[in-house]
Design a protein around this ligand. Structure first.
Ligand code: IPE
Ligand code: IPE
Ligand code: MG
Length: 225
């Protein structure tokens, strides 16, 4: 039996380098990257084996970037959410933000919540967008939630208190680096990891399908034989 890519997670890296290669400002890479998100979400929504797609858009560490780049990313997120809502609805995609969105402006938080509410009835793909997300922060917030509720910390209770409880089957990083950069450390405990040198703005659904094909033939043992 081949593996099913039920939960696919992607570290969308390489936007800045893509722009620099074309002698354009880094932000042009983010703009192009946002268009690729649309293609990949649409592809995943039509892929019968994928039920959750989690995309890493902004990490808890990305605040260290120059203010102009951070400001641009916030504006782009605002534009993206407004533009994508009809696409989500058309493709029956439920949008969920993961991460600490309280770090964003009130206006952006409202838009994020509205996008979640307006797509809450969609029963196809669940698309998690990781925003001000860090796996360490997620785990600490989950432990604090359990403590505040007076609950014992177990693997199950902690799992259920996370922003997203689903374990990742296939984790992909574009852009050529081989690291997780604080993404889904808990959920990816047994994920299959695939790294591609393709920069995110050049990533296509065709390449995603070819990674899925390779993933399917891996023997996943989960510690057994
Ligand atoms: C990923 O692309 C997008 C974000 C982290 C927001 P980068 O901006 O990290 O692009 P590179 O890695 O510098 O090329
Ligand atoms: C990871 O990319 C975060 C996102 C893709 C949102 P980074 O470019 O921030 O990661 P590092 O700094 O190279 O580890
Ligand atoms: Mg990067």
């Amino acid at each position: 039996m081949s593996n099913l890519p039920r939960h696919v997670a992607i570290i969308m890296d390489g936007n800045g380098r893509w722009a620099q290669q074309q002698e354009q400002p880094r932000v042009k890479g983010h703009e192009r990257g946002a268009e690729v998100i649309r293609d990949i979400v649409t592809f995943a929504s039509r892929h019968e084996e994928i039920s959750t797609l989690t995309l890493y858009a902004f990490s808890t560490e990305n605040w260290k970037r120059p203010k102009v780049e951070v400001d641009f990313l916030m504006k782009l997120l605002n534009r993206y959410l407004k533009k994508e809502l009809p696409i989500y609805l058309e493709n029956n995609v439920r949008f969920c933000a993961i991460g600490d969105v309280s770090g964003f402006s009130g206006k952006l938080q409202k838009l994020i919540r509205e996008t979640e509410e307006k797509t809450a009835h969609c029963t196809g793909l669940t698309q998690n967008l990781a925003l001000n997300y860090g796996a360490k922060d997620e785990i600490v917030r989950a432990v604090n939630t359990l403590q505040a509720e007076g609950r014992v910390v177990t693997s199950e209770s902690l799992n259920s208190a996370l922003d997203t409880p689903q374990s990742v089957d296939l984790l992909i990083r574009t852009g050529g680096d081989h690291r997780l950069s604080n993404f889904l450390l808990w959920q990816a405990a047994y994920a299959e990891l695939f790294f591609t040198r393709t920069l995110w703005p050049d990533f296509t659904s065709h390449e995603l399908q070819s990674i899925i094909d390779r993933f399917k033939s891996v023997e996943r043992r989960f510690g057994g034989l």
